[in-house]
Design a protein around this ligand. Structure first.
Ligand SMILES: Cc1cc2nc3c(=O)[nH]c(=O)nc-3n(C[C@H](O)[C@H](O)[C@H](O)COP(=O)(O)OP(=O)(O)OC[C@H]3O[C@@H](n4cnc5c(N)ncnc54)[C@H](O)[C@@H]3O)c2cc1C
Length: 392
């Protein structure tokens, strides 16, 4: 299915596929209905060594060069093929770990990445606040320095793995008057005094993933937990997204593939006017389009992931945005059309298609909405146009 994968990468995708089928499939409906956190799946992923695939070798992982994002995408796609929600315990940990992978010093990496690689601790990334989502520069959470500590105050909302993760990368203002330029990224550990968890969201989709508020009340964070330097936080966040967005795109690919898998099974076995649904040319044509779009999305996502792995995240931020935007739009379209082709039965929870459509929606929204991705691509287009105009 994928080109240019090493034997090691094929093996990790197969391991993820096995866990998805053996561990996630039997529980996905329960988690979709009841919520909760899939620790049994996290344990299986840890045992299979799949948290190591995006962590550098010197910190207990297996990544010898680059960022391991292709590896993370492969695992995320296979898990999402069965459940895009449960897959997020894994992908959300990648998102939380990337600021440390990209900007951590040797001590920070050793201390915080090693337990993630072993799957003993999960991570989460905290930027969003009530008045700061797309406009990340509008955050209000503060970090006041006093001696060897920073004191964090504020509330983050919508945090994936909130309450379940042990390690949080948190964006806060060290210089309020400077706005985004005064933001800094901190590593905050669960259990630190004053760090509490608030409301758990009751979501439309990805219900096998936990999304919570984080509340910081004079949380005393050691100065050594600052990532990079003061004022670098916004850049840490943006580079993190440039690196991690192919991961959301891979989640979208998995959801879309899962929807096509279900659609094929159902249309092949359901009869209509004396022949099975899939024998109707009109349906074949629709599915042919879905196939083509999914293959195009996958080619884009893994091409971008491989560029990011080669350390090109900064130069390819518009491509990372394209991968996330395109794959998530494709996932939404495919999951919705798959449901429509099957008809009324697929609109009920008897079939997984309605869940897949609900799960697909979030991939268009988080890690920057697709409107924001279009803004990023638009910014790149403007620059290119400027270069062309000055040449002529
Ligand atoms: C289930 C879930 C999990 C999440 N997990 C995390 C997490 O782990 N960590 C984290 O930090 N955040 C997380 N988020 C937050 C998520 O990243 C934000 O919801 C998202 O970035 C959008 O921000 P917002 O909801 O504040 O919408 P807003 O920024 O208020 O946007 C509202 C609408 O306006 C549009 N818009 C805004 N600005 C522009 C513009 N300049 N141009 C064009 N259109 C614009 C948006 O596209 C959107 O349609 C999560 C959210 C959800 C729902």
């Amino acid at each position: 299915m994928h080109y240019h994968l090493t034997a090691e990468q094929q093996e990790m995708a197969e391991k993820a596929r096995k866990i998805a089928v053996e561990k996630i499939l039997p529980i996905r409906k329960k988690y979709d209905k009841e919520g909760g956190f899939p620790w049994e799946v996290v344990e299986a992923l840890a045992e299979a060594g799949l948290f190591k695939v995006f962590i550098p070798e010197e910190n207990g992982g297996i990544v010898r060069e680059g960022n391991g994002i292709t590896n993370m995408c492969l695992v995320t796609e296979e898990l999402s093929r069965i459940c895009g929600g449960i897959a997020l315990a894994y992908a959300g940990t990648g998102l939380g770990a990337f600021p440390i992978i990209l900007f951590g010093n040797a001590e920070q990496k050793q201390k915080f990445l090693s337990p993630i690689a072993r799957g003993e601790k999960l991570a989460a990334f905290a930027l969003t606040e009530a008045d700061a989502g797309s406009d990340a520069g509008a955050i209000k959470t503060t970090a006041r320095k006093d001696g060897d500590f920073y004191y964090l105050n504020g509330t983050k909302i919508f945090i994936t793995n909130g309450g379940e993760a042990d390690i949080y990368t948190v964006l806060a203002l060290t210089a309020q008057e400077k706005g985004a330029r005064g933001a800094s990224m901190f590593i905050v550990e669960k259990g630190t005094e004053g760090f509490e968890f608030g409301r758990k969201e009751d979501k439309m989709g990805i219900r096998g993933s936990v999304t919570k508020e984080l509340i910081f009340n004079d949380v005393k964070v050691p100065a050594e937990n600052l990532l990079g330097r003061e004022g670098l936080g916004f850049i840490v966040a943006m580079r993190t997204f440039d690196t991690s967005r192919p991961g959301v795109a891979a989640q979208a690919l998995g959801i879309a593939q899962g929807a096509i898998d279900e659609l094929l099974k159902i249309t092949y076995s359901h009869e209509h006017e004396g022949k099975h649904l899939l024998a109707h040319q009109g349906i074949q044509w629709k599915i042919a389009d879905m196939y083509a779009e999914l293959y195009a999305a996958r080619a884009l996502v893994y091409q971008v992931a491989s560029l990011v792995d080669r350390g090109k995240a900064k130069e390819v931020s518009h491509l990372s945005a394209m991968a996330k935007m395109f794959a998530s739009d494709v996932a939404m379209k495919i999951s919705s059309q798959a449901l429509e082709i099957v008809g009324g039965e697929a609109y009920t929870s008897e079939m997984p298609l309605e869940k897949m459509m609900r799960d697909a929606k979030i991939t268009q929204i988080y890690e920057g909405t697709n409107q924001i991705q279009r803004n990023i691509i638009g910014g790149h287009i403007l620059k290119e146009a400027g270069k062309l105009a000055t040449k002529n």
